[in-house]
Design a protein around this ligand. Structure first.
Ligand SMILES: [Zn+2]
Ligand SMILES: [Zn+2]
Length: 333
């Protein structure tokens, strides 16, 4: 599954984005203090950060338009100009095709709506940061155990003390990690996702998961049905070469993407089931660290682990509705 992760969040894209954000954070002044050329530089860098987001949105919306205009339209309309070799000839076949068309249209529109909504929520929701309160400050005397609350933390540094971040100069709550692209620590950090130009963490993980989940359903339905259009177009003597090439390319590319997205979704369902974040999986589970047979945050039941990630109410698990209280994300049982 790690390969799928790499495919979607390829190292080269991550590296480029990391360099861009390091440039923004360290080498350029804030917007108000920037000179004209620095402002141009900042705008260009922001365009680069937005590029993966625009690519993703174009693929999602473009795929929907292709599916509806080249496939659903003929299922529902089935007019005289529908190619003869379409799979329906009798009235009964036509009404079956129409019914199928309406069902597919409803599913794809619902998925598109939820993918776009959860994408925007994942993008604009803060993943959660360490509070600026005294409790999380690294004390000057170096006694990191000074606060009662810190004794509740399960994750420890190699020396056995509370973990702290050298960049943010703060103590780290369990499951929090420093993101070089965001240039700060994020609560229950999963990974930095360039497709949403944001880190995936405690408060936006659910939106990210819902986006991947409906993306998988939509793309799975596309792969399972759009081949019909491919067969029709290739067998129709009236089809132009441009149309044939376009349909073949669309089906192949979206299916390749589909295999990656569905694999990624299964990987995240497995992670939720076992209460891992991607970082924990990569740093501990995959490396087979001795004594690390399961997540220390495992709730004991699959239901408990799903509740932990997607909220207490199972009725809204698969909807991009907030399930976290603002004060949460610092301590985990
Ligand atoms: Zn940090
Ligand atoms: Zn980040």
């Amino acid at each position: 599954m790690g390969e799928t992760e790499q495919l979607l969040n390829s190292n080269s894209i991550s590296k480029v984005c990391e360099n861009i954000e390091a440039d923004l954070n360290n080498n350029l002044p804030p917007w108000k203090e920037a000179s004209f050329t620095q402002k141009v530089h900042i705008i260009v860098l922001y365009c680069f950060i937005c590029l993966p987001v625009l690519v993703l949105l174009s693929v999602v919306i473009g795929g929907y338009i292709i599916y509806v205009t080249l496939y659903i339209y003929y299922l529902i309309e089935g007019e005289d100009d529908t190619p003869e070799i379409y799979y329906f000839h009798s009235d009964e076949e036509k009404s079956n095709a129409r019914l199928r068309g309406y069902i597919f249209l409803i599913i794809q529109t619902w998925c598109l709506f939820l993918v776009l909504l959860s994408h925007s929520r994942a993008m604009f929701t803060d993943p959660g940061k360490i509070p600026d309160t005294h409790q999380w400050e690294v004390p000057s005397d170096g006694n990191s155990e000074s606060s009662e609350d810190n004794k509740q933390l399960a994750e420890r540094s190699k020396k056995g003390s509370t973990r702290s971040c050298n960049h943010c100069k703060k103590k780290k709550p369990d499951r929090a990690h420093h993101c070089r692209q965001c240039n700060r620590c994020n609560l229950k950090m999963d990974h930095h996702c360039n497709w949403i130009a944001n880190c995936v963490g405690y408060f936006n993980y659910k939106y990210f998961f819902v986006m991947v989940f409906y993306g998988s359903i939509s793309i799975g339905l596309f792969m399972a049905t759009f081949w019909e259009c491919l067969v029709v177009v290739l067998n129709d003597t009236d089809s132009s070469t441009v149309l044939c090439t376009f349909v073949i390319l669309s089906y192949s590319l979206i299916s390749l993407l589909g295999i990656a997205v569905i694999g990624f979704c299964i990987f995240h369902i497995w992670q939720i089931k076992n209460n891992y974040t991607t970082i924990e999986f990569c740093e501990k589970k995959r490396k087979n660290i001795p004594g690390y047979t399961k997540s220390p945050f495992d709730q004991g039941t699959i239901y408990g682990n799903f509740k932990n990630a997607l909220g207490d109410n199972p009725l809204i698990w698969f909807l991009p509705i907030n399930c976290k209280k603002p004060e949460d994300g610092l301590y985990f049982k």
